[in-house]
Design a protein. Structure first.
Length: 319
């Protein structure tokens, strides 16, 4: 669940706890250009107060009116479609004649949403299934590979930290990188065995593990939704972590270092049990070249490259 939809969930829970009537709208299908992705949330209170967005402002006013006058009086979810015709698309400001399909729940269950919020706070990936006939919902364990499902019987949505960044090293650059990664909706794990860096690193918004990076990577498991970034500048730590990360399905593996040191590192890695294809996966020097000099600027370049790889955007070659 991204930070925007997490704030919607928190608002919905707070409003329901205060005794308000609340409807939750979820984007379940789009055609053409879509300002908000599938799964996006909008919470609407009976007095018209809203949290979140399903169209970037195109249809919200009309949806609020429909929720207040019609949908909140019902007991079961309703499918609402905007932009079926070119005329409607133009009326609601949907770009490029797009169409938006929303599932609106007029009676979301507070106890279920409270539990969902608790599990997300505990970094648990959770699957929520809504029965379209009854409006009742259930929670179950989810996985990073879950797909959004909405058919005539039910809607299934997965919430929680679907994307993860593992940072090797707990120095200044690592913490700036962690901050930007958290802001970009990654779950962040920082690994460092060094006592001087472990002292005082007690933050609720990230997971810190004091241990050897290669051992920890094997323990936590690295999947295709994980990025691994080695930032200690200590080959004894970075190289051991990279040996495991480059053999894993991680969608991104990067390491700090100059071009000269990166080439030496690749040569060292080939002397171990890595093949050329695995070593070629290494992004180094880590980050997009934007002329960054300071730790926060370098952290920005790292996140930019990670996000580009996440979305399969072509990256200029490092000369």
């Amino acid at each position: 669940m991204n930070s925007t939809d997490l704030s919607v969930l928190r608002s919905a829970v707070s409003w329901l706890q205060a005794g308000h009537s609340v409807a939750i709208a979820t984007v379940v299908q789009t055609w053409g250009s879509a300002p908000r992705p599938i799964g996006s949330w909008l919470a609407i209170r009976e007095d018209g107060q809203v949290a979140g967005s399903v169209s970037g402002g195109c249809v919200e006013d009309d949806l609020i009116r429909r929720v207040q006058t019609e949908i909140l009086t019902r007991a079961t979810p309703e499918m609402v479609i905007y932009g079926v015709s070119q005329q409607e698309a133009a009326r609601f400001g949907l770009p490029c004649g797009g169409t938006l399909r929303l599932l609106v729940e007029p009676k979301p269950e507070l106890v279920v949403l409270e539990k969902l919020l608790t599990q997300i706070a505990a970094h648990q990936i959770t699957r929520r299934t809504v029965n379209l006939s009854s409006g009742q919902s259930t929670l179950s364990a989810g996985s990073r590979n879950d797909q959004f499902i909405c058919n005539d019987q039910e809607m299934q949505t997965t919430y929680g930290p679907r994307w993860r960044m593992v940072i090797i090293g707990a120095g200044q650059l690592s913490l700036y990188t962690a901050d930007f990664a958290i802001a970009s909706d990654f779950e962040v794990i920082v690994i460092d065995p060094r006592e001087e860096y472990a002292e005082g690193l007690n933050r609720e918004d990230l997971i810190f593990i004091k241990g050897m990076p290669d051992d920890v990577l094997l323990e936590i498991g690295v999947d295709q939704h994980t990025a691994v970034v080695a930032l200690t500048h200590d080959p004894k730590l970075d190289d051991m972590a990279l040996m495991e990360a480059l053999k894993s399905p991680a969608f991104y593996v990067g390491a700090l270092g100059s071009r000269k040191n990166t080439q030496k590192r690749k040569e060292r890695l080939l002397e171990f049990d890595l093949n050329q294809a695995q070593v070629d996966r290494l992004h180094g020097p880590v980050g997009l070249y934007i002329g960054a000099l300071t730790p926060p600027e370098i952290a920005v370049s790292i996140l930019a490259e990670v996000i580009a790889v996440k979305y399969s955007v072509s990256i200029p070659k490092k000369n």
